[in-house]
Design a protein around this ligand. Structure first.
Ligand code: CFN
Ligand code: HCA
Length: 542
C-alpha cells in the first residue's frame, strides 16, 4: 500500500513531532536510524545501523554473549556449552530460543541443559578459572559431549580469567575439543559481535576437521543461518531431501559437531540468515571455494524461488524436473487453505521488527495472506542488510584460481565478493534474480517506515500514527502491545508454535495469525486510538 508524495510528507512531519520529545542530541541520533521510504528520491536512502544504543533508551537488543552462546553455539546439540559467569546469564538464556533438536537413541543430546559456573563474589575477587576447570572435568565425565564450548560473560573479561588457558589444558586432559569464546556481553554494540566471534572459532576449530573428503550424496549442501526455531529446518530439510539434496549440515539448527566437521564437503552453501553466519559462508568460500547462495524459505513464493535457484545452480534437468514436481505437490496441499485464511487477514497491516534478518524475510509471507508491512526494522543488522549488496555482474578471472570466477559486488563504497564455480556461472548469472542481495529498503512501499534498533517509546508512538492490526516482534514488547489491544506475534520464538518455514510452515503461520485476529480477547480490550476518554467532563465525588 504505497503512499502519495503528499502523504509521505505528512508522515515525516508526524515523525518529527514525536521525536521532539527527545533531547536534541538524542533526537539527531535516533532520526538517523529511521527512514520513511520514498522511492522518488534520486539518491539511495541510507540508514544508520550497527552503532551503539544511547544509554537510557530502552532497546530490544541483546549482547555479544547472547549472539555467540545463545544464537550460534547453543543449537549444537552434542557439545556441552558452558557459560562462565553469574547464574543469571545462563538462566535467562535457558530454553527460551526454541531451537529444537532431536537425536537417535544413544546419541548425545544436551540441548535442554544449561551449564553455568555460577560465578560468586569470591570468584570475582580471587579468579574463577579453577572452578571452571573443575567444571569442565565434571561435565566431560558425566555427559560425554563430543566437544565443549566455554563462553565468557561480562565479569570474565573484567577480572581477566584466562578461559583460553583453561580450555587448552582441558583439551589436553580429555582429548576432545574444548573451545573458548571471548564473547563478553559488552563487546561490540549488540548480539552481532557475538555471531562473528562464534563464526570465527567454529571455522578455525570445527568445520573442515572431519576425515571425509567427499560428500556422501549427490547435490550436497549446507544450510547456513537456519536455527530450527519451532522446527523450521526440519520442514526445509523435508522438502530438500524429497527433491534429492544431500544435507551435509545445518548451521546450527539441530546441529552437531559430527556434521559440522564435514561441512567443507558440500558443493553449495545456502544462506538463510544473512546476518548471523555470512562470515562462515565467506570463509568457506575463501578456504574451499564453495559458493554460497542467498535463500529465503519464509513465504511460499520465496521458497519456490529459492528452490528454483538451487536447481539452476546444479544445472541438472532431472533435478529441475523433480524440483517442479515437489513445488507443484506442496503448493497444491496449501494453496486453497491459505486462501481461506487470507479472507480474514486481507487488508490488514503489520509491524515487523525482529533481530537481523526476519524483519525482512517475513514481509513476503505477510503479503501472501494480504497483510501489508507498514513498519519494519532490525534490532542489530548492519547497513548492508537495509541498503543491500547490489550485485553487479562485473566478471573477471580470479588469478589465484583456475576454476573460480568472481563477481564483484559494490554498494556504498563497500565491496563484497561472491564467487561461483566457473562452469556454472553462465547458467546462474542470467537465471538467478540477484535481488536477494538487495536489502530491506528497496522492497518497502512508499510511506512505510524502517527503524533501526526500535525502542519502547518509539514503538508506542508509531502505533499511534500507523494503527497497525498486528505487531510482530519479541518477548520484550509483546505484552505491552497486547495490553494496548493489538495482537502480537513473536517472530523470534513463534509463541510456542511453528514451524513457519517452507510451504507447510506458511500455512501454520497463516493459521496462527488468523487466530490472533479472531480471538475473542479483543472484544474486551480497545486500542489506544479508539479509546474515548474514560473520564468525561468534571470529576464528581461518590
Ligand atoms: S533465529 Fe536468527 S534469523 S540468527 Fe539472529 S538475525 Fe536472533 S535469536 Mo531472535 S529470532 Fe532473530 Fe535473526 Fe539470524 Fe533469532 S531475526 S533476534 S540473533 N535471529
Ligand atoms: C537473543 C535471543 C532472542 C530473544 C527473543 C526476544 C531469541 O536475542 O538473545 O526478545 O523475544 O530469538 O530468542 O532474539
Amino acid at each position: 500500500m504505497a503512499l502519495s508524495k503528499h502523504d509521505i510528507e505528512t508522515r515525516k512531519k508526524e515523525l518529527e513531532k514525536f521525536l521532539d520529545a527527545y533531547p536534541a542530541k538524542t533526537k539527531k541520533n535516533r532520526r538517523s536510524h529511521i527512514v520513511v521510504r520514498d522511492s522518488s528520491l534520486e539518491e539511495q536512502q541510507i540508514i544508520e545501523a550497527n552503532t551503539r544504543t544511547i544509554p537510557g533508551v530502552i532497546t530490544n537488543r541483546g549482547c555479544a554473549y547472547a549472539g555467540c552462546k545463545g544464537v550460534v553455539l547453543g543449537p549444537i546439540k552434542d557439545m556441552a556449552h558452558i557459560v562462565h559467569g553469574p547464574i543469571g546469564c545462563s538462566y535467562y538464556a535457558w530454553g527460551t530460543r526454541r531451537n529444537k533438536a532431536k537425536t537417535k537413541d544413544g546419541e548425545v543430546n544436551l540441548i535442554n541443559y544449561a551449564f553455568s559456573s555460577d560465578m560468586q563474589e569470591s570468584d570475582v575477587v580471587f579468579g574463577g578459572d579453577k572452578k571452571l576447570a573443575a567444571m569442565v572435568d565434571e561435565i566431560v565425565e558425566t555427559f560425554k559431549p563430543k566437544a565443549v564450548t566455554i563462553s565468557a560473560t561480562c565479569p570474565v573479561g573484567l577480572i581477566g580469567d584466562d578461559i583460553g588457558a583453561v580450555a587448552k589444558a582441558a583439551e589436553a586432559k580429555h582429548g576432545i575439543p574444548v573451545m573458548s569464546f571471548s564473547c563478553e556481553g559488552y563487546k561490540g554494540v549488540s548480539q552481532s559481535a557475538g555471531h562473528h566471534i562464534a563464526n570465527n572459532v567454529l571455522m578455525q576449530r570445527v568445520i573442515g576437521s572431519g576425515e571425509i573428503e567427499e560428500a556422501e550424496g549427490k547435490y550436497a549442501i549446507n544450510i547456513l543461518g537456519e536455527y530450527n526455531i519451532g522446527g523450521d529446518s526440519w520442514e526445509i530439510e523435508r522438502v530438500l531431501k524429497d527433491i534429492g539434496y544431500h544435507v551435509v549440515s545445518v548451521m546450527t539448527g539441530d546441529g552437531s559437531y559430527e556434521t559440522l566437521k564435514n561441512a567443507h564437503t558440500a558443493e553449495l552453501n545456502l544462506v538463510q540468515c544473512h546476518r548471523s553466519i555470512n562470515y562462515i559462508a565467506e570463509m568457506l568460500e575463501e578456504k574451499y571455494g564453495t559458493p554460497w547462495l542467498k535463500v529465503n524459505f519464509i513465504g511460499v513464493q520465496s521458497t519456490i524461488e529459492s528452490l528454483r535457484n538451487m536447481a539452476t545452480y546444479f544445472g541438472d534437468p532431472a533435478l529441475t524436473q523433480k524440483t517442479e514436481e515437489v513445488i507443484a505437490r506442496e503448493l497444491a496441499a496449501v494453496e486453497s487453505k491459505l486462501e481461506q485464511f487470507k479472507k480474514i487477514c486481507d487488508g490488514k497491516t503489520a509491524f515487523c521488527f525482529v533481530g537481523g534478518s526476519r524483519g525482512h524475510h517475513y514481509q513476503g509471507l505477510f503479503k501472501e495472506i494480504g497483510i501489508d508491512t507498514v513498519l519494519a526494522g532490525y534490532e542489530f543488522a548492519h547497513r548492508d542488510d537495509y541498503e543491500g549488496r547490489e550485485v553487479i555482474p562485473d566478471i573477471k578471472l580470479d588469478a589465484d584460481s583456475k576454476n573460480i570466477e568472481e563477481i564483484k559486488v559494490s554498494k556504498d563504497e563497500k565491496r563484497y565478493k561472491i564467487r561461483i564455480l566457473k562452469e556454472r556461472l553462465d547458467q546462474i548469472k542470467d537465471k538467478i534474480p540477484l535481488s536477494y542481495y538487495g536489502g530491506m529498503i528497496k522492497d518497502m512501499p512508499d510511506g512505510s517506515i524502517m527503524v533501526d534498533d526500535l525502542n519502547h517509546y518509539e514503538t508506542e508512538e508509531f502505533i499511534k500514527i500507523l494503527k497497525p492490526d498486528i505487531l510482530a516482534s519479541g518477548i520484550k514488547d509483546k505484552y505491552v502491545i497486547q495490553k494496548m489491544g493489538i495482537p502480537s506475534k513473536q517472530l523470534h520464538s513463534y509463541d510456542y508454535s511453528g514451524p513457519y518455514a517452507g510451504f507447510r510452515g506458511a500455512l501454520k503461520f497463516a493459521e496462527d495469525i488468523t487466530m490472533g485476529f479472531t480471538s475473542p480477547t479483543w472484544n474486551y480490550i480497545t486500542p489506544p486510538w479508539k479509546q474515548k476518554p474514560i473520564l468525561d467532563g468534571t470529576v464528581t465525588e461518590g
